[in-house]
Every structure is written in C-alpha cells, then in structure tokens.
Design a protein around this ligand. Structure first.
Ligand SMILES: C[S@@+](CC[C@H](N)C(=O)[O-])C[C@H]1O[C@@H](n2cnc3c(N)ncnc32)[C@H](O)[C@@H]1O
Length: 281
C-alpha cells in the first residue's frame, strides 16, 4: 500500500480505540501499538508513526492509561476514566451499524451522486456479479459492467436477458485505458481494497474519465465500526481500503476535484470529478 493514513481522523480514532481495547484485555504496552497492529493485521493496516504517537499521547493526556508516561514499553491497564471511554467508544461504533443498513444506504447514496441518468453510459469497473450495474440500470442508467474475471461476467449477465441499457463485458480496466476509452461517469464497488496497491488502479480509472467526468466508489470504511463488525477476512481487512485522508490527498494528484467522502457505518462512499480541460490540470 503506497499511501499513508496519516491525514485520516478515522485511523487515529481507531488506533486510540485499539489501544484502549488492548489495554483493557491483555495490557498491550503503548510502545508496541504500531508494530503489533501491523503484525496482527498482516499488513492490511500500516499506521504511520505519527498516527500511533498521536493515539498514544491522546489516550495518555486524557488520563485513560494507568501509566507514568505515554511511550512506556510496560503493559498498562486502563484508568477508571479509560474504561468509561472504551465503553463510550464501543457504544458509538456499534450504534453506527444499527441505523440505516450500510449495504443499502451506501449504494443508494452512490447512485444519487451520479444522478440524474441520461443518455451517456456509466462504466462499472470490477462489476463482479453486477450488483451495482443492475441497481443503476433499474434507476434508468445505461450501464457497461466490466470485470477481468470471465466467470463473474457470466454470472452477472445470467438472467439479464436482452437489455440494451445493461451490457457486461470481460475486460481489464488497464487495457480499456490503454485503448484510450473514456466515460463521463465511472463507478467501482469494493474494487480498491482488492488491489495490491489502490493508487495505480485509481490512476488508471481516473484516466478513463472524460474531462468533467464523475467518479463514485464504494468500499469498506476503515474505522472502528468495520473492525468491530468483523467484515472481511480479518477484523483488519477493511483497513486495506482508502481512508478519508488518503482520498483527499490522493484525488488531486490524479486530476480529480470536488472530492467528497461519506461514511455509512463500515461502508465508505468516495466521490470526485475529473478536471475540466482548461482548469489548469
Ligand atoms: C470484490 S469484487 C467486487 C464485485 C462487485 N463490484 C461488488 O461490489 O460486489 C472485485 C472485482 O473486481 C474485479 N477486478 C479486479 N481487478 C480488475 C481489473 N483490473 N479490471 C477489471 N476488473 C477487475 C475482480 O475480478 C472482482 O470481480
């Protein structure tokens, strides 16, 4: 993962939460927080040193850790205030999940971001079984769903019948980009966290946008709610996805503007627009 999470409030919040949780259960020494989180996440979460230090200092300064100084290598326990804070954070993270179901609220919001439907075709990159492509088609969009995996495209196309507004194609987004193909609207659902490095994938996807084109992605939100809900391969798996700070830092480097980041429990929706020609890209 070439990007850092150091501008991301949710990563700092998670690290403070993790430190409290660990200190309450098995006395993780604050000084070992960074390496330990990287080890247990098998590399899915790579906090920057600055993130870890900020989390440790925040917990210590507020009197949540029962220790003389913030960077101790000795196991510490939580102070009574720390226990209360952990309870409060557990409650807050859980309540994010009990509101609107993120599996419905997030795609609904994504569709609204690329609305209204018009004559132009939306590209759904990494369409998989075509869940999002079909949702967009049902909302009146013309959609092309592409996936590198032929069996996924077979499943996506099955049962769709002849629908001139919904097409599926086996294709690699990198090959489409190389052929110079462009779309005014591109969406991607749960693609980026699957990529070894989301930066080149996003660069390629952005290069397929027409000037002024819109990009809306949906993926895990790397936060406490995702960690607690245990979505993915390990509780840390969602942390492979883009954090808020990553998105805001990365998008301008890819010629994207009007960046937005929305969080629905453990699902994040990111949005941006490609610079218009003449915008000084
Ligand atoms: C986790 S699945 C998500 C499927 C679907 N979008 C969803 O939300 O359920 C990611 C998909 O991206 C596809 N994919 C990965 N790299 C790709 C590439 N370079 N070009 C096109 N599709 C790709 C994979 O084959 C896989 O089907």
């Amino acid at each position: 993962m070439a990007i850092k999470h150091n501008a991301s409030p949710e990563i700092r919040e998670f690290l403070a939460f993790y430190l409290l949780e660990q200190a309450s259960s098995n006395g993780l020494p604050p000084g070992r927080l960074g390496p330990e989180v990287v080890r247990r996440s098998e590399g899915d979460l790579r906090p920057a040193d600055a993130d870890v230090r900020a989390a440790q200092i925040a917990c210590w300064e507020r009197g949540w850790l029962d220790s003389e100084h913030p960077f101790t290598d000795e196991p510490v326990s939580l102070s009574p205030e720390g226990r209360l804070e952990l309870e409060r954070r557990l409650e807050a993270a859980r309540s994010k999940d009990v509101g609107a179901d993120p599996r419905e609220a997030a795609p609904d919001h994504l569709v609204s971001l690329v609305s209204p439907a018009d004559e132009s075709e939306v590209l759904d990159v990494g369409t998989g079984d075509g869940f999002l492509a079909k949702k967009l088609a049902a909302a009146g969009f013309r959609v092309l769903g592409v996936d590198i995996d032929a069996s996924a495209i077979e499943r996506a196309a099955a049962g769709c019948g002849a629908n001139a507004h919904l097409r599926f194609q086996v294709a690699d987004i990198h090959a489409l980009a190389e052929r110079g193909q462009r779309w005014p609207k591109i969406v991607a659902s749960y693609l980026l966290h699957e990529c070894q490095d989301p930066v080149p994938a996003l660069r390629t996807i952005s290069s397929c946008l027409e000037p002024g084109g819109r990009l809306a992605c949906m993926d895990f939100a790397p936060n406490c709610a995702a960690y607690l809900s245990g979505v993915g391969r390990t509780p840390f798996h969602p942390f492979r996805a883009l954090a808020q700070g990553d998105w805001h830092e990365l998008a301008p480097q890819l010629g994207l503007t009007h960046t937005q980041f929305f969080c629905f429990g453990y699902v994040a929706v990111t949005y941006a627009q490609k610079h218009n020609a003449g915008d000084g890209e």
